[in-house]
Design a binder for this molecule. Structure first.
Ligand SMILES: Nc1ncnc2c1ncn2[C@@H]1O[C@H](COP(=O)(O)OP(=O)(O)O)[C@@H](O)[C@H]1O
Ligand SMILES: [Mg+2]
Length: 290
């Protein structure tokens, strides 16, 4: 089984405040992993480090490292067996590696005044020789791929529309089509459904699952709504205060577990009423209600 994500001893501080503590984890090819945890637990920070959008702490020399603390370790992140960063330095080749990583944001990150198709074609930029990208000379194959990706997310008929005219759910599906056009091996999605209504959220999660199951792409998705994690992901990594609190099968998401993880922050949005949970298998409902 190919290892797609390998994180070792990752520490990250902002000013004097440590946000990630000596994190280590491995994700294999073809997994669909939910990253959960209270607000501020470090989920977005971790995803940004995986894609090389942020760089971990340098690490102290052995003699200056406190013996009893997680702080001060020199960390490393490898994706697809290539180095993203080590000892607080981004690999010089990280841009090329980033072409293999699709990143989905809560707020979609589309260019609103551009057509849907052109937004999707942006997924090709990391794969093109620089001169072709800057001149906007996409090939017929690039366009075919972009249209096929739009077809896949059910938006081929919107190709010529301005992206800003689409609903939030549709814009998120365009962002996924962009990642498909990018032919990313790994998809990192940071709260992709947090701004969406339940029906749009379900569509987005269904598409991510399809990409995982049909194409075998590895997906890591941060989710505020734990019931979606239970329904869509086999494995859950729970962060709490910048540390891995739990890493294992989704069956762990019982009521007592969630109470402990979220403490007083367990809000009602984590438990949508049954009537608003489309296609939920009994098991997932039981898990959250337990
Ligand atoms: N750019 C930043 N500057 C300062 N502190 C930050 C920055 N990004 C994140 N943090 C802090 O790191 C911690 C983890 O944040 P974040 O990764 O956004 O959490 P989550 O995504 O789980 O809500 C929080 O305490 C947050 O305030
Ligand atoms: Mg976040």
């Amino acid at each position: 089984m190919q290892t797609v994500i390998h994180v070792q001893s990752l520490n990250k501080s902002f000013g004097g405040k440590q946000a990630l503590f000596n994190l280590g984890l491995t994700v294999d090819a073809g997994e669909m992993v939910a990253l959960i945890g209270p607000s501020g637990s470090g989920k977005s920070t971790l995803l940004r480090h995986l894609s090389g959008l942020a760089c971990g702490d340098r690490g102290l020399s052995r003699s200056r490292r406190p013996a009893t603390s997680d702080a001060g370790q020199a960390g490393a992140v490898h994706i697809l067996n290539r180095c993203v960063q080590s000892s607080g330095r981004l690999d010089p080749d990280v841009r090329r590696l980033r072409a293999s990583i699709g990143y989905i944001f809560q707020q979609f990150n589309l260019v609103g005044r551009m057509s849907v198709l052109n937004n999707v074609l942006m997924g090709r930029l990391g794969r093109l020789p620089r001169w072709r990208g800057t001149l906007g000379l996409f090939t017929a194959e690039d366009r075919e791929l972009a249209m096929a990706s739009l077809e896949r997310v059910g938006l081929a008929d919107r190709a010529w529309q301005r992206a800003s005219t689409l609903s939030g759910g549709q814009q998120q599906r365009v962002a996924i089509a962009r990642a498909l056009t990018q032919q990313a091996e790994l998809i990192l999605a940071d709260e992709p459904i947090a701004s969406l209504d339940p029906e749009s959220a379900r569509k987005v999660m269904d598409i991510l699952r399809d990409i995982n199951e049909t194409d075998g792409k590895t997906v890591v998705v941060t989710l505020h709504q734990v019931d979606y994690a239970a329904r869509y992901c086999g494995r859950v990594i729970a962060l709490k205060s910048g540390r891995i609190h739990f890493d294992g099968a989704v069956d762990a998401l019982t009521g007592p577990f969630l109470n402990e993880l979220y403490g007083g922050d367990l809000d009602a949005s984590l438990m949508l009423p049954e009537s608003r949970m489309p296609r939920a298998p009994r098991r997932a409902l039981d898990l959250v209600a337990a």
